[in-house]
Ligand binder design. Structure first.
Ligand SMILES: Nc1ncnc2c1ncn2[C@@H]1O[C@H](COP(=O)(O)OP(=O)(O)O)[C@@H](O)[C@H]1O
Ligand SMILES: [Mg+2]
Length: 230
């Protein structure tokens, strides 16, 4: 789905530079004038060697980490100009995150975990639960509603994490090796569900993965190398 000509950009990153201090006086330059433009509904897969800066890039794009220089606009809003409170609200309303490890809350059930972002957004419990039920059904988890994370398989936990990331129908989803911890069959199921749900919601998906098959399902494949995307 190449939408470049008739759509608005949802992610515009311009000349991002990021270094980390290393050793006595040295630095590691992780991002080196990196540029990226993504259009609404686009799915991009980012691959790259371990340590090449993929997670750092996602954190910066999502406003969870600051750049040294450069700028990020999401949905035509400048991330670096937002106050922390506005940024938190923006993330809750417009962004979804899926990580390699699920980060579900251990003493919440699947339903409670998925409903949480909708509760934080301000929905009443019954409405949030209804939305959680619907999205858990889409993820094939209707018979796991009252299970706790530790009672779920790895693939089920990731599907639950995806349901939680998508419940507020975010425009942009950041997924950092979401299937990195799963066997091949679970990885295939989880990624298919995630990508098809993103497509049906018209969400932009930024997917970091080591899995070439999964990367091949995205609209665009980019590699992070030498601090820039190719
Ligand atoms: N908070 C940090 N402090 C210092 N160095 C860091 C920090 N986070 C990441 N790095 C370094 O930045 C580089 C990129 O890390 P990361 O973005 O996690 O890579 P990837 O996700 O591609 O494996 C690595 O060399 C890592 O050690
Ligand atoms: Mg990483």
């Amino acid at each position: 789905m190449a939408l470049e000509n008739n759509s608005i950009p949802s992610v515009v990153a311009t000349t991002l530079v990021k270094s980390y201090p290393h050793g006595q006086a040295g630095v590691i330059k992780v991002l080196n004038e990196l540029d990226l433009t993504l259009y609404q509904g686009e799915q991009v897969a980012i691959t790259g060697a371990s340590g090449s800066g993929k997670s750092t890039l996602l954190q910066i794009l999502a406003g969870l980490e600051r750049t040294d220089s450069g700028s990020v606009q999401l949905l035509q809003q400048s991330m670096h100009q937002m106050k922390d409170q506005d940024l938190a609200r923006f993330r809750n309303h417009h962004l979804g995150f899926v990580y390699q490890f699920h980060h579900l809350i251990d003493d919440f059930t699947a339903l409670e975990n998925v409903a949480l972002p909708a509760r934080i957004k301000g929905l009443a419990t019954t409405t949030a639960n209804d939305q959680a039920l619907a999205i858990l059904a889409q993820m094939g988890l209707s018979d796991r509603l009252t299970h706790f994370p530790w009672q779920l398989s790895g693939g089920e936990r990731q599907r639950c994490a995806i349901a939680r990331a998508l419940i507020n129908q975010p425009e942009i989803i950041f997924a950092d090796e979401p299937t990195g911890n799963l066997d091949q069959e679970s990885a295939r199921q989880v990624s298919e569900l995630m990508m098809s749900l993103c497509r049906s919601n018209g969400a932009t998906l930024i997917l970091v993965t080591h899995n070439p098959h999964l990367a091949g399902q995205a609209d665009r494949q980019l590699t992070l190398t030498g601090g820039a995307l190719q």
